[in-house]
Design a binder for this molecule. Structure first.
Ligand code: CU
Length: 805
């Protein structure tokens, strides 16, 4: 007797039979045995209605096969050509809890499996990404859910990004921190809040996009550094950060009306920061109404040597109402909100925020068309912003004031169509439009003519920046090991502004204003972006990615149209926190970033127990919007530059490292975990070989957490190298290295969640590498002292309480 072939069904062949016949027979049977199985069925909601447009993914752990299909107009799905085996089935659709189940298929089996999705509760909703990156989520990106502890220790939403690889934070006002991705920050990074992109309506960027959402209203943070899919990018060179609120909740089956909410409050000792937030929703199975509100107040913090850091106070209030509806493949959501910031100090600026009032409307409609999913959005935001000398600065020996009023309006739409082609490709087509209108006028100060009167200083008069974009992108899963992404995008940007005038017809303003008014100021930039990326997964433990992206950002209105070369008024144009004086340049060209980046990840099969990921990158930026020196001026021991925006080529390279490992897992001691993130980068202007402004020095955070039932806690160490590579043109300050010790803990009860901890527990004095200068102290010295970098906060302990109901 001989035994041929493989697999349990192969036959035993009697000796007299020829070997050839036996082989043929075996091959034929083998083929029959390996006949492909089919899995099909309906995707249903709890009331039994079909859900079109749900995404179904089958993952075969043994053969590393992944298949993705979308349910049809009538909710049907079908996956064919499946080798026999056990699969993990995952089903998702916005507004519903993610579903998963293991399915074992026999040879030739045609299995019918209906899937019923359950509606989300507010807590679960955080796991659903509102901005779907499709089947290709960049390996270099990170997606993170936000929990109570993150919310309790963060005053503003940007702080929620502090642990994300590739991100560094530029200190600004306490509620207006600005994220940088791979050294490219502020408007060089695209920041999307609940699908909206809003502009900074302030010559000091006191109201960046993330300042419009309270941390208590953030459920998820998504960072795409470097190689960003074109469907998520546009008008940026650094990458994309998107932040989303929890998805709306709907009633469960058999439940007529569902109500759910929570109340949170926090206290931070340093600066006596405190605040409260409330979330409440009222829903049926098809309709949902929700409200979120928050209030935050903080006074000046003290640094590690006990010195009060003036102008670090802030207060704001947010209110948002949400209306949502769902049914038969349609999902609709309307958010309306308003924010008021009555005051916010800016220690690294000459000015403070004395009022910022905004309203927004954000309407999204998602529909399944049977052959694809249509995702549309329309949004509007209106901002009235006022600056002046705030309460800390006005007590200085040189009392003066200078009101500045800014009015900004953003109006935009986006349309995205996602079409699955066969089983292999997902095609996305999209269009976006955004129009930003800006007026920036500075009322006269009585008795100061001709310097600050008798007329209103018109800085930006009816400035426009309109952007129309389209893109096409295809993500392809060629086989279990290879996935690719290819995208092309065009953004056309039009800018223009009306005639301007100074405080008076005095020469210090008249010459500049006349020259500016006689210029042809309309500009039109045609930007082309391209992303090509490939991912290779040779086995269950390793993933590699390599990509190239060309990304473009057109100049903003201040970079082009800030017109005054007068020393005092150009000092008001500064979103860098460096104390310098900036003048616009109508002829600025868009900056174009060419990035090559790779990523490699090693991990356990389930990516649960350990992972290490390294992301090196190199970006060459043609026409980087930097500065030319016009003049310098010395006040006492400090020298400042008057700088005009100008295009220069630049280069940034660096690497991010992120990892985590479970060091123990047991029923008795829970789970002990170490996680860490590190970043290193180097930026150069290529014509002079000098450093670029605000490049974060080598830095790392390493944390240990023990999770045991309801308890989780652990210390964190933050190490930052000295910053010696600085931008000489801006007289950027060097900062020494430092080490900080933090501690975070959380405890969950059914009706109470507690978070507590502390930062900078050893109360070290340190200077913020991206904090700019302490302009308050310089001003307090009567503009005579040596200006110093801004110091970070000393020891602070916090406690946060959440009561869900
Ligand atoms: Cu401002």
């Amino acid at each position: 007797m001989m035994r041929f072939g493989r697999g349990k069904g192969c036959i035993r062949v009697a000796a007299p039979l020829s070997v050839l016949t036996a082989i043929l027979l075996c091959v034929a049977m083998g083929h029959a045995q390996q006949g492909k199985a089919t899995l099909a069925g309906n995707v249903l909601d709890p009331s039994g209605h079909s859900i079109p447009g749900a995404t179904l993914t089958l993952i075969d752990a043994v053969n590393v096969i992944t298949k993705t299909v979308v349910s049809s107009r009538s909710g049907l799905y079908k996956v064919t050509d499946l080798p026999a085996g056990t699969y993990h089935l995952k089903v998702s659709f916005p507004g519903f809890a993610p579903y998963s189940q293991d399915v074992t298929l026999e040879d030739n089996e045609s299995r019918n499996l209906d899937v019923t999705l359950q509606l989300l509760t507010r807590r679960e909703s955080v796991t659903v990404t509102a901005q779907s990156p499709g089947i290709y989520a960049p390996l270099a990106g990170t997606e993170r859910e936000v929990d109570d502890r993150d919310q309790a220790r963060s005053l503003d939403a940007a702080e929620l990004l502090g642990n994300s690889p590739g991100v560094s934070l530029r200190d600004n006002g306490d509620l207006a921190t600005i994220p940088l991705l791979h050294g490219l920050g502020d408007e060089r990074t695209k920041v999307v809040v609940n699908g909206m992109t809003v502009s900074s309506s302030c010559p000091n960027h006191m109201n960046p996009p993330l300042s419009y959402i309270d941390p208590s209203d953030v459920a998820q943070v998504n960072v795409m550094a470097g190689i960003t899919p074109v469907s998520m990018g546009g008008d940026s060179i650094g990458g994309t950060i998107s932040i989303d609120s929890p998805q709306p909740v709907f009633a469960r089956p058999g439940e007529r009306v569902h109500t759910e909410g929570g109340f949170s409050t926090f206290f931070r000792s340093n600066g006596q920061g405190y605040g409260a937030s409330l979330a409440d929703s009222f829903a049926t199975q098809n309709f949902s109404f929700g409200y979120t509100g928050s209030w935050t107040n903080t006074d000046d913090y003290r640094d590690g040597s006990g010195h009060r850091v003036t102008s670090t106070y802030a207060q704001n209030t947010n209110h948002t109402v949400t209306l949502a509806a769902q049914g038969a493949g349609n999902f609709f959501i309307l958010q309306a909100g308003l924010q008021n910031t009555p005051y916010q100090g800016f220690p690294n600026q000459q000015m403070d925020m004395t009022e910022n009032h905004s309203e927004f409307l954000n309407l999204r409609y998602r529909r399944n068309l049977g052959w694809g999913v249509l995702d549309t959005r329309v949004f509007w935001q209106n901002v009235r912003h006022e600056m002046n000398i705030g309460k800390d600065k006005s007590t200085f020996p040189m009392p003066m004031w200078m009101p500045m009023d800014t009015h900004g309006r953003d109006l935009g739409y986006s349309v995205k169509l996602e079409i699955p082609l066969a089983e292999r490709h997902t095609f996305q087509l999209g269009s976006e439009f955004q129009r930003f209108v800006l007026d920036d006028t500075w009322p006269p100060v009585p008795g100061t003519a001709p310097m600050m009167g008798p007329n209103t200083f018109v800085n930006i008069n009816d400035g426009h920046r309109s952007r129309l974009a389209w893109f096409a992108e295809v993500a392809s899963k060629w086989n279990p090991k290879w996935t690719t992404l290819l995208g092309l995008r065009n953004d056309t940007v039009w800018t223009n502004t009306g005639p301007v005038s100074g405080y008076s017809s005095n020469m210090m303003y008249a010459m500049d204003a006349d020259a500016f008014n006689s210029l042809s100021r309309a500009r039109n930039d045609v930007d082309i972006d391209l992303t090509a990326s490939a991912r290779y997964e040779p086995n269950r433990y390793t993933t590699f990615e390599l990509g190239y992206a060309r990304k473009t950002r057109a100049p903003n209105l201040y970079e082009r149209y800030a017109w005054s070369t007068d020393w005092m008024t150009s000092g008001m144009i500064n979103w860098f926190g460096d104390g310098n004086y900036y003048v616009g340049n109508v002829d600025l060209k868009p900056e174009v970033g060419h990035t090559v980046s790779g990523a490699a990840s090693w991990h356990d099969r389930a990516r649960k127990d350990w992972e290490i990921k390294v992301t090196p990158y190199l970006t060459y930026i043609r026409d980087f919007i930097d500065v030319n020196e016009l003049a310098t001026r010395t006040y006492g021991e400090s020298t400042f530059s008057q700088l005009q925006f100008a295009n220069h080529n630049a280069r940034i390279y660096g690497a991010d490292l992120v990892g985590d490992v479970a060091i123990w897992k047991s029923a008795r001691f829970g789970r002990g975990e170490i996680d860490g993130v590190a970043g290193w980068l180097h930026g150069r202007r290529l014509d002079t070989g000098t450093g670029l402004y605000q490049m974060m020095p080598l830095n790392t955070r390493i944390g240990f957490t023990e999770k045991l039932k309801r308890w989780s806690a652990g210390p964190e160490i933050q190490l930052v190298d000295r910053k010696s590579d600085v931008d000489p043109r801006r007289f950027e300050q060097k900062t020494p290295g430092f080490a900080l010790l933090n501690f975070n803990a959380g405890y969950q009860l059914p009706h109470l969640r507690i978070s507590a901890g502390g930062s900078n527990l050893l109360n070290r004095y340190y200077e913020l590498p991206l904090g700019g200068v302490n302009f308050d102290d310089f001003q307090a010295s009567g503009w005579s002292s040596q200006i110093r970098p801004l110091a970070g906060p000393g020891r602070s302990v916090y406690v946060g309480l959440t009561v869900p109901f």
